[in-house]
Design a binder for this molecule. Structure first.
Ligand code: ADP
Length: 190
């Protein structure tokens, strides 16, 4: 099974991705996590993107597309994958269509976790304060507002993009974690 998870920062994509991994035996590919790992390891890509991540801006399409293209070729993705945090722009979605076609792979669904925007700041602030590793470099008020604005401007249009393909499944992200997961499973198995 090959899925995309769509939703603003704080919607619960990471939490639900983890459950989907266990349920379907597929791999979670989070571009945010991969980029943070590159920053921590000070790889050439990491050095290039560190300040972009910190500000809550988007890394270039070229970099994230290359990362994803290489990653889906790994043997652990054979059963499928969940893309979490990618694509984030229409250009990335188009690039993904192209690279999947080249690899002769298809998507099974795009799950949009829909939440009321008003709750997001609070959720992310709570995540930052509860994180055992300390807050992420971009979990501060300024970067957060930037990430939410970037989401509305650049990523939200993907909802329409995937609605047109018939792949879009929208679930209510305002339920508790189990409720959201049950809705996702139901949407995927319909
Ligand atoms: P969020 O909680 O904001 O959804 P992520 O962990 O998905 O956070 O991403 C953190 C940061 O990594 C983003 O703000 C951005 O700088 C960078 N990033 C992640 N995925 C992408 C992408 N597909 N395109 C461009 N930048 C990305």
């Amino acid at each position: 099974m090959r899925l995309i998870l769509l939703g603003p920062p704080g919607a619960g994509k990471g939490t639900q991705a983890e459950r989907l991994v266990n349920e379907y035996g597929i791999k979670q590919l989070s571009t945010g996590e991969m980029l943070r790992a590159a920053v921590a390891a000070k790889t050439p890509v990491g050095l290039k993107v560190a300040s972009i991540l910190e500000k809550g801006e988007l890394v270039s399409d070229e970099i994230v597309c290359a990362i994803i293209s290489d990653r889906v070729d790994e043997p652990d993705c054979e059963n499928g994958f969940i893309l979490d945090g990618f694509p984030r722009t229409i250009a990335q979605a188009e690039a993904l269509d192209k690279l999947l076609e080249e690899k002769k792979l298809t998507l099974d669904g795009v799950v949009e976790i829909r939440v009321d925007e008003g709750i997001l700041l609070g959720r992310i602030e709570r995540r930052a304060s509860e994180s055992v590793d300390g807050p992420r470099a971009d979990d501060n008020a300024e970067a957060l507002k930037k990430r939410l604005a970037v989401y509305s401007a650049q990523t939200a249009p993907l909802v329409d993009y995937y609605a047109k393909t018939g792949l879009l499944k929208t679930v209510d992200g305002m339920q508790d974690i189990d409720g959201v997961f049950a809705s996702i499973k139901q949407a995927l198995e319909d």
